[in-house]
Design a protein around this ligand. Sequence first.
Ligand SMILES: *Cc1c(COP(=O)(O)O)cnc(C)c1O
Length: 230
Amino acid sequence: MSIADNLLKYKSELDPISVKLIAVSKYQEADAVLEAYNAGQRVFGENIVQELVDKQAKLPQDIEWHLIGHLQTNKVKYIAPFISLIQSVDSLKLLAEINKQAAKNKRIIDCLLQIYIADEDTKFGLGFDEAVELLRSDEFAAMQNVRIVGVMGIASNNALEKQTKDEFNELKVLFDGIKVSFFRKADYFKEVSMGMSGDYKLAIEEGSTMVRIGSSIFGKRKIKHYKEEL
Ligand SMILES: *Cc1c(COP(=O)(O)O)cnc(C)c1O
């Protein structure tokens, strides 16, 4: 199946009002992204800053780019001018840098708090208590150029269905708790980004509003060793 066919399959399956499709184009050549673009896809997710910056420069300017991979504070400046959503905020220090760079670019940058839900120690993210602590902090309260629009999580690899469902459910429960405590009147706090090629159906059942799909749209990842040169 072509990239366009794969996208069509997701378009017919997902309700665009309740679930947004993020096409994860990491390690794919720009041509593949363009193929998806020409099939109507406008939202893409990337993991590596250098790769994202390269593609953003050469691809159509109306693409909505999301960063979904771990972000180092010293790289924020490269994406601050154009990024639509940073899904991987995992510390107050990173958020402070995003706020600073957003101000320099006279923008407000939308962010998700990445929450640690997997039963592994390899994944980045905030613990539940850490997320609440960040939101309670005076430093966050003073930030004028970032907006927290929801949460993101990655379930454990190769887990049984029951465990994956429980992990997604934990994230949804945390989202609901944060909404009530911190964003009761803020309509923009509405995103629960969870679900990838292998588990997006479970994620939607548990309340996902954004699924991040890579390999089942684009096939195998092509670029093996993307150099972090910035
Ligand atoms: C790679 C990646 C995805 C997409 O994974 P697939 O299994 O290829 O769909 C989604 N989210 C994050 C954070 C990723 O790094």
